[in-house]
Write a protein that binds this ligand. Sequence first.
Ligand SMILES: C[S@@+](CC[C@H](N)C(=O)[O-])C[C@H]1O[C@@H](n2cnc3c(N)ncnc32)[C@H](O)[C@@H]1O
Length: 268
Amino acid sequence: MDVSGPVIAVQPVLPVLQAKAAELAQRLGLPLLNAGQVDLPGTLVGLLLVGPEGLALRAPGKSAPGAIAVDFGAGAMRHRRRGGQNELLGRAVGVGKKPALQVLDATAGLGRDAFVLADLGCRVTLVEREPVVAALLECGLARASAAQEPWLREVAARMRLLTGEACSLAASSLGELDVIYLDPMFPQRDKSAAVKKEMALFQALFDNGDATAEPAGLLAWALRCPVARVVVKRPLKAAPLAGIPPSHSIRGKAVRYDVHVLQSLKAA
Ligand SMILES: C[S@@+](CC[C@H](N)C(=O)[O-])C[C@H]1O[C@@H](n2cnc3c(N)ncnc32)[C@H](O)[C@@H]1O
C-alpha cells in the first residue's frame, strides 16, 4: 500500500468483511488494511471501517475519539426532529411557500441538514465532493431506505446523493431546483463534546482549502444558478459570506441562515 502521504485506509472490522472492504478500497482508490491489523502506518490519519452495520470513520489510535457514521435513525436526529431549530431552516428555504420544494444541498457533509429538509417534505439533492464522506452518506441513506419505520424510509426516498464538486456538476444532473443551500465551513458552532470531536476529525481530514475564498466562489456560483433563493448557514456573529449582504437573515441560538432571495418561490 502507498503510505507516502497522509492517508485514510479502509479496514474491515471482521475477517468475513475483507472482500467487501477490498471492493470499497478499490472504488475509492484507498489503501486496504486487514481485519485486526495493528501495525498501522505512521502517515495514517483516518480509518474507514467496514462493519456489519455499515461504514464508520475514525482517527487511528487507541485513545482516538469515537467513530463517525451517518445514522439518520439515531437518537440525535430524532431529538432534532422535535426541536424548534428545524423550523428555522425550513423557514429559511421557504417550506410552505410551494409544495415539495426542490433543494440542492451543495455541501452535504454528514447529511443532517439535508435530512431535516427532507423530513420537512423537501426533495433534496445532496452534493458532497469528498468521496469518503460521500461513502458514509451513501451507507446512511441505504440504511434509512431499508429501515423498519415507514417515516424514515419515506424521508430517505426524498433524498438523492451526487458525488463531486458542486460548481462543476452539469446542470442536467441537478434537475429543476428552487433553492440552493450552503453550509461550507467547519466553525466551532456547537459546544457539545461530541460535535467538537467530530468537527476536529473532519477539519483535519477534509478542510484543506482556504477558509474564506473557496466558499465565496461557491456562493458566487449559487447566485448565478436559476433558483429562487440561496440560503447560507453562518455562525451567529460571523460576517455574511463573501461580504454579500443577504435579503434577510433568520437567527437561531447558535447559527444564522442568510437568505438571498432571487425571485418569488411561487413563480420559480
Ligand atoms: C460543514 S460540512 C456540511 C455539514 C452539513 N450541513 C450537515 O448538516 O451535516 C461541509 C461539507 O461540504 C463539503 N463541501 C464543501 N465545499 C463543497 C463543494 N464546493 N462541493 C461539494 N461539497 C463541498 C465538504 O467536503 C464538507 O463535507
